[in-house]
Design a binder for this molecule. Structure first.
Ligand code: NOJ
Length: 533
């Protein structure tokens, strides 16, 4: 296939997710903030990422830690001021770092003036901005739709005598995206931030913004097991991934295209065949429908190989791939696959074809932190306890150095720190040539300087057992990537042309080794080989 010479920044680049509450606290209140992020931009530059995505920083009662927004066009004082935000964008841009904001279109806070107005009376002109319904014949909720965070998705409003719908918390009422006024108001939000120089948006809960207009019951899931999240008792057929969502996305895309080089990423937990439809027809969808399948697929070489194949095959011709290994909603990578395989996973993420997204802290190997019951914050854990669904463990403060609270705050951190922060932190790892951080930095550097790794084509290489092998090529540059997802040594044969040089091993001790026809990977080792073609 002809390879275009010019790529967008978001095709060449690496995205780094910042969870602002936990990144860096500049004022000692125990919660991270915007000046804290600004102070760490040089670190991100050093690491070599290209764009920062900030989880929500807008005014919010924090029922869902910022994903319940009460004003879309301001900054929560906890995070700083609009002036702090402008300073952050300016400082980021001065370092060639793009800034991506979280756009939460599915729901507002129940304290948002729109909802207060809508709730105030059945006859209020904004009543229809949210999803209000009469009770079912038996007086109960209108149908069987469930909240992702437990219980019915319908909340009874005594004063106005109707139910309202909330896909998440009852403090997060869903907007009615079928109402053109809502569409206009939300596009206005995008315009507001685009005019302030924001480079793109990660769009929250995108698969949920339209629900079935006939309110049909969701069908039961016959495979549901009681130990699972109760949300999965039904298939979310009528509450997610509805066809009309594409029209809403087309409007967002159209708006973003009135600005230069802006990026739309959709948060979409969907099977691959559905996920890829969000690229849209003729470029009317999002640029990057977030691909979470590396998080969701068991960490086994054959399964990961099949995943990559099915994704590569399903992508539309102009759809640019992307891969994600972690975020603020999922258990930490190290806790999912172990410390050694986390290094292999980093090599996979940064050598696959498509834009990688890193989650803050994964680059130093942070693991899930056990949260004592009295320190639990996440409403998901509070509503559906004991099933390991809580997200606090992956949201603990970033570990910067060996000082108190890992240099995150001078005050009392809002979530406990990991107890190994004395050894797992940025400062220590920056000085350690074989640390996880050094590995990430080397991987990023190699990817940035090698077109084949950054934008080249992908070819699977047949392999067995715990081995995962593929090539990346661009013009006459060719790399072979071989990953051992097991702990036993793995010999393998390098196909013709069969000669090359190790550019990087996950163990960081094999640079420059000459590769002949046969090669042996140690347990839990991945290597990037530059082939001599
Ligand atoms: C997805 C976000 O990533 C998550 O943190 C949040 O709770 C829900 N959407 C609701 O906004």
């Amino acid at each position: 296939m002809e390879q275009p010479e010019v790529y967008h920044w978001w095709q060449r680049g690496i995205i780094y997710q910042i969870y602002p509450r936990s990144f860096m606290d500049s004022n000692g209140d125990g919660v991270g903030d915007l000046p804290g992020i600004t102070a760490k931009l040089d670190y991100l530059r050093w690491l070599g990422v290209d764009a920062l995505w900030l989880s929500p920083i807008f005014p919010s009662p924090m029922a869902d830690f910022g994903y319940d927004i009460s004003d879309y066009t301001d900054i929560d004082p906890m995070f700083g001021s609009m002036a702090n935000f402008e300073a952050l964008v300016e400082a980021a841009h001065a370092r060639q770092l793009k800034v991506i904001l979280d756009f939460v279109p599915n729901h507002t806070s129940d304290q948002h003036p729109w909802f207060l107005a809508s709730r105030s009376s059945r006859h209020h002109p904004q009543r229809d901005w949210y999803l209000w319904q009469d009770p079912a014949a038996n007086g109960g909720p209108p149908n069987n739709w469930r909240s992702v965070f437990g219980g019915s998705a319908w909340e009874w409003d005594e004063a106005s005598g109707q139910y309202y719908y909330h896909a998440y918390l009852k403090e997060q009422p869903d907007l009615n995206w079928r109402n053109p006024e809502v569409q206009e108001a939300m596009l206005e939000v995008l315009r507001f931030w685009l005019d302030r120089g924001v480079d793109g948006f990660r769009i929250d809960a995108l698969r949920q913004i339209i629900k079935d207009d006939q309110l049909r019951h969701n069908p039961p899931n016959p495979d549901y097991q009681p130990y699972q999240d109760p949300y999965h008792q039904e298939f979310p057929t009528y509450t997610t991934d509805r066809p009309e969502v594409m029209d809403m996305i087309a409007r967002m895309r159209h708006l973003s295209e009135q600005y230069e080089e802006r990026l739309l990423i959709g948060e979409l937990y969907l099977p691959i065949e559905r996920l890829v439809t969000y690229y849209g027809i003729e470029g009317k969808g999002v640029h990057l429908p977030f691909n979470f399948h590396l998080i969701l697929t068991p960490w086994e070489a054959r399964k990961i190989a099949a995943l990559i194949d099915s994704y590569e095959t399903a992508l539309p011709p102009d759809g640019w791939p992307n891969w994600v290994l972690g975020n603020h909603d999922q258990p930490r990578l190290v806790s999912r696959v172990g410390e050694r395989q986390a290094r292999v996973a980093a090599m996979l993420l940064l050598t696959l074809r498509g834009t990688p997204t890193l989650y803050n802290g994964d680059e130093i190997g942070m693991h899930n932190v056990e949260i004592p019951p009295d320190k639990i914050h996440d409403p998901f854990e509070k509503n559906v306890p004991g099933k390991g669904l809580g997200r606090d463990p992956e949201r603990t403060p970033m570990q910067w150095n060996q000082s108190q609270h890992a240099g995150f705050t001078n005050g009392h951190p809002w979530l406990p720190l990991a107890n190994d922060y004395l050894t797992v932190n940025v400062a220590i790892e920056q000085d350690d040539p074989v640390s996880m951080l050094s590995l990430y930095r080397r991987l990023i550097d190699l990817r940035r300087t090698a077109m084949a790794l950054m934008v080249g084509s992908y070819q699977a290489v047949e392999a067995e057992g715990n081995l995962l092998v593929y090539r990346r090529s661009y013009q006459d540059q060719q790399f072979l990537i071989a990953l051992n997802l097991g702990s036993e040594p793995q010999p393998f044969l390098v196909e013709t042309p069969g000669r090359g040089k190790v550019m990087l091993s996950t163990h960081l001790d094999r640079d420059g080794e000459v590769v002949e026809e046969s090669f042996e990977l140690r347990g839990d080792e991945g290597v990037i080989i530059r082939l001599q073609v």
